[in-house]
Design a protein around this ligand. Structure first.
Ligand code: GLY
Length: 599
């Protein structure tokens, strides 16, 4: 009797403890700097379920909570094109690994998502094999040999639009070399095998939907001055929803690459077409530039956040350093205030501000400038920065005018049944890049030269104000914000694959989705739908998605000294995967088009 009373008391106590552990965290003020904060909070099902039950978005916010993710048992591909995600899964089902599938997805995006998917641009691939090996591949574009520091500044010292539009805007493309290199080193199939779905999509065509048609229509200004007009504006109108879009020139180009490897692009007939196009329009990319292009394998930036491991992209992208620096700053505040609160918005803004100040002044191509990577990603440096944050008042960055920001680039995430993972972000920079379309080649060229500090101290198309470290030099890679990221749980097991499009908002949005999952215990679907914030130091403005912060929260942020500005289109374009009990959740960007496909 006594024994059974004891047992039931113990059971009651255990139940109470469990309930207490599962209760939402109180909205405690973050601890001041100096309080140990390496709290490992493994993502367990009970906490996630509780967080999902408690989840609420501000009233008037465009997305509901509680939407389901795409679920799969074995593998998942998430990209901005359903066709491209299907191409990746086709390769996985045929026995390919995540790298095979990523390359298949990348080439398919060049066909079905021409605003950012590409062979005329560049990108970054973050790979983690199931056995723990981790590596990144930098296939960023390079400045042509004939480029020069002030090539975009006119005789009156004014910055022209030539870094964003037309023939002079392109760097030497890296995508074909990069995807081929990744496949050769870590794939298990041939180029011909993994490119088959892309070739089929170009040759036999695919059904245009309203989203694709709208995106082409929005590119009229960039596309129609060049030869891509005939493909995308037949009869002068944007290709219509419900029509089958066939791209025979692109199909021929892809077949040449599939049959002859990247040499076809860098030295063979495609190089001939590309250089001929450049010559016709006054561009400066030569056969020599193409022949010299080389992707670079780099060691990922490996950092920790409350016991989780982040594998991120080192320079020539700023993504990994800026994310690591910000996460390290935030780690000094435990726990973080609740998502959506004034305190959280303030802490994010102040942490982003500090990391972007470093990003904009200290980073560049490591082959040309000394990048203080170790210092910027160290916990001790972050502690110093965290100590400067006033929990009640905004700091100040000097103000600059800025241009409107658009969402371009594209990110795709892949996991296979073995547990290999690939995060890839690739871009032409602006939608449809420079607008220049290579006749005979059937593809758009990038306008990546604008990611250099075309005139150090002056804002680029993203409003980023950058310094000499990122000035133009022949053969140099322009600094990127691309941030393909892989997250491991505290046991070192693959947890998340994420990344985004959207210039500097890539970094902030990728990080916010990761924080929503590992700090706020949201489901991936809620983490992706939650309102996003962005601060990049200059302009000194906290950007928020319209209706994503309540009027009262905005008032409080203003009272703390923040300039705040709404973003109506949506901040960034994230595609992500999360390991869940029994398989995977995949979520393509709810603010845009795409597909999460698994099996
Ligand atoms: N073109 C966008 C980026 O690389 O950040």
């Amino acid at each position: 009797m006594r024994d059974s009373l004891h047992r039931s008391r113990a059971a009651l106590l255990a139940a109470l403890l469990l309930v207490a552990a599962c209760r939402p965290q109180p909205a405690a003020a973050p601890s001041p700097v100096g309080v140990p904060s390496a709290i490992v909070e493994p993502r367990d099902a009970t906490r996630v379920a509780q967080a999902a039950a408690d989840a609420a978005f501000p009233s008037g916010w465009r997305f509901p909570v509680g939407v389901k993710a795409t679920e799969s048992e074995h593998a998942m591909v998430v990209s901005n094109s359903h066709f491209a995600s299907e191409a990746g899964v086709e390769i996985l089902k045929a026995g390919g690994n995540a790298i095979d599938a990523a390359v298949a997805t990348g080439f398919a995006l060049a066909v079905t998502y021409p605003n950012a998917g590409n062979i005329g641009g560049g990108g970054f691939m973050n790979i983690r094999m199931a056995d723990g090996r981790a590596m990144t591949l930098d296939y960023r574009e390079m400045a042509p040999a004939a480029s020069s520091r002030d090539m975009y500044v006119d005789a009156n010292g004014k910055l022209t639009d030539k870094s964003t539009f037309g023939y002079l805007a392109s760097g030497v493309p890296g995508s074909v070399a990069g995807m081929s290199e990744a496949l050769k080193k870590y794939g298990s199939m041939t180029l011909a095998q993994v490119m088959a779905p892309a070739i089929r999509l170009a040759e036999q065509g695919f059904m245009v939907d309203s989203q694709f048609s709208r995106s082409i229509a929005s590119g009229r200004h960039d596309i129609t001055p060049f030869e891509g007009k005939a493909v995308f504006f037949p009869g002068g109108e944007a290709v219509k929803s419900g029509t089958r879009l066939v791209q025979p020139d692109l199909a021929r180009t892809l077949k040449l690459i599939a049959e002859n490897g990247p040499k076809a692009f860098y030295e063979g007939p495609i190089a001939d077409s590309l250089v001929a196009e450049e010559k016709r329009g006054g561009g400066i990319i030569t056969k020599e530039d193409l022949r010299h292009y080389k992707p670079e394998w780099r060691t990922p930036i490996r950092s920790t956040y409350r016991g989780y491991t982040l594998l991120a992209m080192p320079p020539s992208s700023s993504g990994g350093i800026t994310m690591t620096e910000t996460m390290n700053i935030l780690e000094n505040f435990a726990p973080l205030p609740p998502a959506g609160s004034v305190k959280y918005a303030h802490l994010l803004a102040e942490s982003f501000r500090r990391a972007f100040m470093d990003r904009n002044s200290k980073l560049g191509d490591p082959a040309f400038v000394k990048v203080p990577l170790d210092r910027l990603t160290s916990k001790s440096y972050a502690k110093t920065l965290a100590a400067q944050i006033d929990l009640n008042h905004a700091s100040k960055s000097p103000a600059f005018d800025t241009k409107a920001e658009r969402t371009q680039t594209t990110h795709y995430s892949v996991v296979d049944a073995m547990g290999n993972a690939v995060a890839t972000t690739t871009t032409l920079n602006g939608s449809f890049g420079s607008g220049v379309w290579v006749r005979g080649g059937g593809f758009f060229m990038n306008n990546e030269m604008d990611d250099f500090a075309a005139q150090p101290g002056t804002p680029n198309m993203y409003g980023l104000v950058q310094g000499e470290q990122n000035a133009i030099k022949p053969g140099k890679r322009m600094l990127s914000a691309m941030d393909p990221t892989i997250v491991l749980d505290p046991q070192g097991k693959l947890l998340m694959v994420a990344g985004a499009a959207g210039g500097p908002t890539i970094i902030t949005a990728t990080m916010e989705v990761i924080l929503n999952v590992i700090e706020h215990h949201m489901t991936l679907a809620d983490a992706m739908r939650a309102p996003r914030l962005h601060h990049q130091s200059l302009p000194d403005t906290l950007r928020y998605e319209a209706n994503g912060l309540s009027a009262a929260t905005l008032d409080s942020l203003r009272a703390m000294g923040h300039a705040v500005a709404p973003n109506r289109g949506g901040l960034a374009n994230v595609n992500s995967i999360l390991r869940v009990p029994g398989g995977w959740h995949g979520v393509n960007e709810p603010r845009s088009a795409g597909g999460a496909v698994g099996y």
